[in-house]
Design a protein around this ligand. Sequence first.
Ligand code: IDP
Ligand code: MG
Length: 153
Amino acid sequence: MEQTLIILKPDCIQRRLVGRIIQRFEDKGLTVAAMKLMQFSKELAERHYAPHKGKTFYSRLIDYITRGPVVVMVVRGFNAISVCRKLLGATFGSDAEPGTIRGDFAVSATYNLVHGSDGPESARTEIGLYFRPDEVLDYESATDTWVKRADEL
Ligand code: IDP
Ligand code: MG
């Protein structure tokens, strides 16, 4: 099973959308394997967004992600990285398709509610920024055998 890092960004918490956004991941049959509410320091924000350093929107992004508390989660499931990226929708809320989280709840290029790792390497690195291995729980979920057949590709 694949794991990805999801962040419910400060606008998600301030707009009281946490429950509804977590519901999207649960509805899809994904499992929350780790979760915490925290406030990013500037240093942590800079580590998380190091790949974007030097881009025009970088300082706006650091301001945004440090502006209030966030919920950080590890989400697990079949093809979780690409499935979550599809659930998120396009980066700019104004471009994102209806039915996606950003398409349904966001209009901004910056304030787009949620982060999802973009590949296996970034997922591994990002999960390691927030969680010790023993904080990422591997447990059986009652619905697993009804979400996907074990012998399916
Ligand atoms: P992603 O979150 O869809 O993976 P990235 O390109 O990794 O998008 O950008 C990281 C975050 O930086 C975005 O989620 C958004 O908050 C912000 N961002 C990206 N591109 C722009 C831009 O052109 N203007 C303003 N903010 C941007
Ligand atoms: Mg990204």
